[in-house]
Design a protein around this ligand. Structure first.
Ligand code: FBP
Length: 552
């Protein structure tokens, strides 16, 4: 492979470590806080996680720790969607292991959790890791969405761990993958295995966060990549003044990505799924909001604009949410039968007597391809694959209909030329920003320190992220502290609580205070491309979300 100049230069970037980890290895000591409780359903979770419930928070401080020099055998899994910085988590973990003891070994399970189940692995050597330092993507070992779920899969995972004589498994993943890691940690102890399980908070969606996990890695780079593209489009449209751009942004459930991009670029309309749900906004009202901005801007002779739409929106619109819930229930309960139905017509005929009257009418009214997209296979966690639903086109078509009607009434005389975009995959494997490069390396190194300290059932954490890396605080948060019970495919399951956009939080309030002005005026902001080299005020800016949520 030909190496680009930037990739070559990034190999030379040395990520910064927090002071707690940037010291002699045997001086990195775990300081324990008080024991913890789960986010909710404490008694149920205590019963499920008999061995790992309620562990104390951990912070790494200066002290004496002779455990750090033990030779260790560890393996790492990249689980779920790509997020910039995953390679640096592995590099941080590897460097920690080797610094602790040069004879320590790190394996990588291939293709996600299925690599653990099927014992498909590679030895991660310094040379192999060197080729991926500070690069985007998960291609060093590949990723996957398999869920360790059945008793056979748990038993096979344990068998792999025994065969490889592993001291620890590190799962790099989002809320679902770390929930799986929590279950594995418990299972290993229950079955007499000393193997430890440590997680790392990954997802561009930014919804794996809480008091102690300030942000999941990858969010910073992804939102900066999308914001660059949106800013470029805004400048383009402000030049030719002739298109309305409907831009859908990734983020399976939560709208953190869309909100951050709005704060960065000042679009004319930006929908936030959590607000739509809280206000119970039906589809018509949402389209009405878009139409209003188009008409008012047209009255000002501005027949152009930018609309941001979160990927997960459809699941928050009350009537579509109800439809999806009914579909999930039916498709989950009759998996094989439904899979055997050929074509939309047969699927709709099968669903007709089974759906509620309201949902039946709705699916019949939706454009055919949108209905088809709602009926596609669920992911292994039972989620609708929202990235494949063209919400941006649905909203555009409905807005166009409204505008036609207004034209007939004589209340709109503008020209509506819409274009659609979906920014998602473009941001998931970008070269990690300096923030993500440093943050991920620190998360990986901290995961090593948790393993060396003999801990299991923890997610690696690095806090105080609004300050510079030297002041970051590394440690671990017990999985169970972040968990509650939720209904999944009809069954109550322990899961890590997803963090949706807080409508009382500072980022949303900042957006809400400005959006009426953005709807009418042209007040775009142009963040430009991620910069890796140059002055810190250009290269090391944290996101607005982090700045507003965690002021220094
Ligand atoms: P994770 O939660 O696994 O990090 O994945 C997030 C995500 O990028 C979502 O934003 C998106 O809906 C989904 O993955 C797309 O998944 P796929 O890669 O399977 O198309």
């Amino acid at each position: 492979m030909e190496i680009s100049a930037l990739q070559q230069a990034r190999y030379g970037y040395q990520p910064k470590l927090p002071a707690g980890l940037a010291r002699n290895i045997q001086e990195i000591a775990a300081q324990f806080g008080a024991s913890t409780e789960s986010a909710a359903h404490q008694e149920d979770l205590k019963a499920i996680f008999k061995h790992t419930y309620g562990k104390p928070l951990v912070t790494f401080v200066k002290g004496a720790n002779d455990q750090m020099r033990r030779p260790l055998r560890a393996a790492v899994i990249l689980s779920g969607g790509q997020a910039p910085g995953g390679h640096n988590v592995i590099a941080g973990l590897y460097d920690g292991l080797k610094k602790g003891n040069p004879s320590s070994t790190l394996y990588g399970f291939l293709g996600g959790p299925s690599g653990l189940i099927d014992n498909k692995h590679v030895l991660l050597t310094g040379e192999r890791i060197g080729a991926y330092r500070n690069t985007g993507g998960f291609d060093i070992i590949g990723a996957g969405r398999t869920k360790v779920e059945t008793p056979q899969q748990f038993a096979a995972s344990l068998e792999t761990v025994k065969q490889l004589k592993l001291d620890a498994v590190v799962v790099i993943g989002g809320d679902d993958s770390n929930t799986n890691a929590a279950l594995l940690a418990e299972y290993f102890i229950e079955h007499g295995s000393p193997a430890q399980v440590i997680g790392c908070p990954k997802t561009i969606d930014g919804d794996l966060k809480n008091e102690y996990i300030e942000i999941s890695f990858g969010f910073d780079t992804a939102v900066k990549t999308y914001s660059e593209l949106i800013g470029n489009i805004a400048r383009d449209v402000n030049s030719n003044k002739k298109y309305w751009h409907f831009i859908k942004l990734m983020g399976r459930s939560a709208s953190h990505i869309t909100l951050e991009c709005a704060l960065q670029t000042h679009p004319n309309v930006c929908l936030i799924s959590e607000e739509v749900e809280a206000k119970g906004m039906p589809l018509d009202q949402i389209v009405g909001q878009i139409t209003e901005s188009i008409v008012k801007r047209s009255n000002n002779k501005e027949d152009f604009g930018v609309v941001l739409i979160p990927e997960g929106l459809v699941e928050f619109i009350p009537e579509i949410k109800k439809l999806i819930q009914e579909l999930n229930g039916l498709m989950g309960a009759h998996k094989a039968e439904f899979a055997g139905l050929q074509g939309l017509e047969n699927q709709l005929a099968w669903l007709e007597p089974r759906l509620s009257g309201h949902s039946r009418n709705l699916i019949a009214e939706l454009p055919e391809d949108i209905a088809q997209q709602l009926l596609m296979d669920r992911d292994p966690h039972g989620n609708v694959q929202v990235s494949r639903i063209e919400t941006e086109r649905l909203l555009l078509e409905m807005a166009a209909k409204n505008l036609e009607a207004l034209k007939k009434q004589g209340t709109y005389r503008g020209k509506f030329s819409p274009l659609t975009h979906f920014f998602g995959y473009e941001g998931r494997s970008a070269f990690p920003s300096n923030f993500d490069a440093d943050y991920c390396y620190a998360l990986g190194f901290s995961a090593f320190a948790l393993i060396a300290s003999g801990l299991t059932g923890y997610i690696s954490s690095v806090r105080n992220l609004s300050a510079g890396p030297a002041e970051w605080v590394a440690g671990g948060v017990p999985f169970t502290m972040m968990m509650n019970l939720e209904q999944r495919q009809g069954v109550k399951k322990p899961v890590i609580k997803k963090a949706l956009v807080d409508l009382e939080g500072a980022p949303f309030r900042a957006f809400a205070a400005a959006r009426d002005v953005w709807a009418l005026t042209t007040d775009y902001r142009f963040p430009g491309a991620i910069q890796y080299y140059g002055p810190p005020e250009v290269c090391d800016q944290i996101t607005q979300t982090l700045r507003l949520e965690r002021p220094c």
